[in-house]
Every structure is written in structure tokens, then in C-alpha cells.
Design a protein around this ligand. Structure first.
Ligand code: ZN
Length: 490
């Protein structure tokens, strides 16, 4: 195999600099901590580790960080995962964050991207929630990496034009999409400009679907990095561009956990590919932002919207359900309706009561992440967002407003996309979304003594698993017991 490709190899080596390879890792896990205690449950399937966060850290985050892979790839580290890693494994966290700093020092641009905060399917969120998700993602990024993000990864690469416009409004210049999200013909070896109705624009990269799929799902594809570079990568280059020396980029985008967790030893495959395998075959390993610096896009594309990378039915997979998941997925629509009802009630109460102390409760919500995480002082927060432009003297009013803001925080969590991704309701991910909703109910109850639990349970009664026939209401009742007084009586 190696001998047969020698002539081709030398040709490719001569053209080094015009063919680029970018590996993209989306590092994220569904948040699973008990929202009342912040503690991750023991997960017996993760044995010998206490839970999957620990297992995946040992198999993927740590080895990839220690071997230096993060400094050569483009990546995003989900904010909710980053918050856990920062406390549980600060040395691993530091290596991942520092990779972006090293890349900036070397190339002038970073290689980390932000992520919309709660892994929410943005096309299914209202405008206000879209903006909060994007702003929290950017705020979180700025805090962790010490500079503004230029790229943002969207959960499931789910887009519509409104969320792209909000990204552009807030300084995000690029994102990554699946090739089938383009409505006009594309060559995925170059980025494109999307012109938005507002007159703004944003750049999109389309990943190489066969290569990304091969790396994700085909064991043989990634058993040997040299072979992968020699026989798989080369076959995806555009011949006419090779002939003229025009720059082209092969982008392989996958979940980051693939490298070591979903596939053992793939951290070493990745390392070998980016340090030796790809360069030996003429590829310059590059990150997205660096590629933009070298070769800014010149062509425009129109998009299919709404669309996502893991559903062929717009974003129905996370909405009403579709045949992307096996069996009866009608529970998805009912669960979303229950969560929407709860959020509508919670939002109205927030606007009414938080509006007594905050001049614009929604603007305050967008800044709340920094206050709750201690990145901003209460004095500074209240000076900017308080009606009186200072911390109110009425301690009870302050306390109530903080509870209402925290309820908003958990309402955002309750739309985590993972709850809608899989085939059935009777799984940990939908249960977690219900648990986050319960936390919001508790906070609203503590703030105002208003019971939103009853109506939520009624709505959850019509959410039913097609497999075990358990209802959403039953799942709610099975959630861990909390201290008396924290929830309305059942
Ligand atoms: Zn679908």
C-alpha cells in the first residue's frame, strides 16, 4: 500500500502549504448533577470510576490534554462540563484552557470556540432565550480563556437565520455546520459567507461528512494514522485545486469524547495523525481560525434552515420527534410542551417580580451568569441593572430577585438538548431536564410562594415512554427527596 502511493506522496509533499487538515473536537457531556446539591450521582455503568465524568476524564480529557492534542485542533469545551472539570481536575482543565493561549501566542488567534451555554437547540428557543444562551456562552468563554470568542459551536449544529444573526451581533464570526445544511452547492474544502437578512454576515465551515463519519463510526478507518492520511484523506481532496495549488481544507468534526472514550487509544491516533501522519503526506495541520486568517472565504452560501447535523427533518428530533430515533417519539412534543408551559409561567413571574428591583430583568438575566459564579461583584451588578443603580437596602428584595434569577438559570437548563436526543423518555437525559425544571419550580416557590408544580405535573402526565409506559409525572415523583419546604406540597 505504501509503495503504490509513493509517487502521489512526493507530489503532495511538494504542495505542502496548500492542503490543510483540521480536526475539530466538540467536548461536552449532558449535565447530570443533582441541581439541589450540585453532586454527580454514582453511575454504576462507569465502574471502576464513580461516574462518567471521571471515566471520560481518565480515558479522554486527561490523555488528550497531556499528550498536547488540544493545541493542534479546534475545539470547544462545554461550559457546564468546564465548570465541573475546573473543580474536579484542575490540572487537566488548565492544560485544555492553556492550549488556546499557546495557539494564540504562536499564531495570533485562538483555537478554542465558545459553545451556546446549555446545549440548547437554538432554533427551538425564542429570541430572548437564544440571546441568553449565546451571551452566557460568550461570557463563560471570556472568563475561562481571557479573551473574546470568535467562533461558537452550536448544539447539534442546529441553526436558523435568527441565531446566526444574534451570533454576528455579538461578535461571533464563524461556526461549523454539516454539509447537508447548505441549500446551495458547496465545496466543503473551503469556508463560506452567509449573508443575513439584517445585512450582517457570518462565516460557516462545512465539515467533511464521510471522513467525520468514518472517524466516528468506523473502527478500521482510525486504526492506523499513517494509513488514514495516505489512503483516506488524499481521496477527499479536490483535484482541480491540487493542480493549481489553491488552498483547501479537510475538516473532520466529531464529538471530542471519540478520542479515547468512545474509541480506546484514539487519543494516540489523533496525536500521531497531527504530529506525523498528516504532515508526512503533505497536509498542514491547521485550526479553523488560523485557516480564516490565511484564506478568508470568498464565496457565499445559502442555508437550509432550521437544520442540524444529526436530524434530517429540520430540528424535529428535539421537537415533535421524527424517525431519526426508533419507535414512538411522540413523547418529545409533549415534554417540550410541558417545559414550555412552565417556562412561560416562570417568565411572566420573573418579569413581574424581578421587574420591581431590576430596570430590565432580561438584560439582567443575560449578565447573571457572572454574578452567580462570582465573576462580578453584587455592587457592580446592581449598579448596572438595579432600578436604583445600587445594591438595594431591602435585603429581602435582593434575596427574592436572586432566587428569581436562579430560577431562570435552571429553566434554561431544562431545555438541554440531550433530553430530546434519544429514542425514549425513560432515560437519564429526559429525567435530568425534568429535574432541572423541578429546581426552577423550587426556586420560584421559595421566592414567591407560588406553586407551579401542580400544573407541570398535570402536563407531564401526558408525556409517556413508548418502551416502559412510565409517564413524565412518575419520573418527576421518583426524583430524589429534597428538604421540606423547598417544594410545594405534592
Ligand atoms: Zn430527524
Amino acid at each position: 500500500m505504501i509503495e503504490q502511493t509513493t509517487a502521489e506522496d512526493s507530489l503532495q509533499r511538494q504542495r505542502a502549504g496548500s492542503i490543510y487538515l483540521c480536526l475539530y473536537g466538540h467536548f461536552y457531556q449532558p449535565p447530570r448533577e443533582n441541581p439541589f446539591t450540585g453532586i454527580l450521582p454514582i453511575e454504576p455503568e462507569a465502574i471502576p470510576y464513580a461516574n462518567f465524568n471521571e471515566k471520560i476524564t481518565a480515558e479522554c480529557y486527561r490523555p488528550n490534554a497531556e499528550i498536547g492534542n488540544f493545541s493542534s485542533i479546534s475545539y470547544d469545551l462545554g461550559p457546564t462540563l468546564a465548570a465541573w472539570l475546573e473543580v474536579a481536575h484542575p490540572e487537566v482543565y488548565r492544560l485544555i484552557i492553556d492550549a488556546d493561549r499557546l495557539h494564540r501566542a504562536r499564531y495570533g488567534v485562538g483555537n478554542a470556540l465558545a459553545q451556546a451555554y446549555n446545549h440548547t437547540i437554538l432554533p427551538l428557543a425564542n429570541t430572548r432565550d437564544k440571546e441568553t444562551q449565546i451571551l452566557w456562552g460568550l461570557l463563560d468563554f471570556r472568563h475561562r480563556y481571557g479573551h473574546n470568542a470568535h467562533g461558537m459551536w452550536l448544539a447539534e449544529t442546529a441553526v436558523d437565520l435568527e441565531c446566526l444573526d444574534l451570533l454576528a451581533q455579538h461578535g461571533v464570526t464563524y461556526t461549523v455546520l454539516a454539509p447537508w445544511q447548505a441549500a446551495t452547492s458547496i465545496d466543503p474544502t473551503e469556508p463560506y459567507i452567509v449573508s443575513l437578512p439584517s445585512g450582517r454576515s457570518i462565516i460557516v465551515f462545512f465539515y467533511n461528512a464521510p471522513l467525520s463519519g468514518g472517524v466516528s463510526f468506523d473502527w478500521n478507518t482510525t486504526s492506523n494514522a499513517d494509513l488514514f492520511a495516505a489512503s483516506y484523506l488524499a481521496g477527499h481532496l479536490v483535484k482541480s485545486k491540487q493542480d493549481t495549488g489553491e488552498a483547501q481544507l479537510l475538516l473532520i468534526a466529531t464529538d471530542g469524547e471519540l478520542y479515547g472514550h468512545h474509541k480506546p487509544w484514539r487519543d494516540k491516533f489523533l496525536s500521531h495523525l497531527i504530529t506525523t501522519g498528516a504532515p508526512d503526506y503533505g497536509f498542514e495541520v491547521c485550526t479553523l481560525e488560523r485557516f480564516l486568517l490565511l484564506h478568508p472565504p470568498t464565496k457565499e452560501v445559502e442555508l437550509r434552515v432550521p437544520s442540524a447535523w444529526s436530524c434530517g427533518h429540520g430540528v424535529a428530533r428535539w421537537d415533535t420527534g421524527c424517525e431519526c430515533t426508533e419507535g414512538d417519539s411522540s413523547w418529545k412534543g409533549h415534554l417540550r410542551q410541558a417545559l414550555n408551559h412552565l417556562a412561560e409561567r416562570g417568565n411572566a413571574l420573573f418579569e413581574q417580580y424581578a421587574g420591581e428591583s431590576l430596570s430590565n430583568p432580561w438584560a439582567a438575566r443575560n449578565a447573571y451568569l457572572a454574578l452567580r459564579n462570582g465573576w462580578e461583584t453584587p455592587e457592580s451588578f446592581w449598579t448596572q441593572y438595579g432600578k436604583e443603580h445600587r445594591l438595594p437596602e431591602d435585603a429581602q428584595l435582593v434575596q427574592r430577585t436572586l432566587l428569581l434569577l436562579e430560577a431562570q438559570y435552571y429553566l434554561q437548563y431544562s431545555f438541554t438538548s440531550c433530553g430530546f436526543f434519544f429514542e425514549d423518555l425513560d432515560r437519564i437525559e429526559p429525567r435530568n431536564d425534568i429535574a432541572f425544571a423541578r429546581r426552577a419550580i423550587s426556586l420560584l416557590w421559595q421566592a414567591l410562594g407560588i406553586d407551579l408544580q401542580q400544573d407541570f405535573l398535570r402536563d407531564l402526565q401526558s408525556v409517556q415512554s413508548g418502551r416502559t409506559h412510565v409517564t413524565g409525572a412518575a419520573l418527576y415523583r421518583q426524583l430524589p427527596i429534597v428538604k421540606e419546604g423547598l417544594l410545594p406540597p405534592l
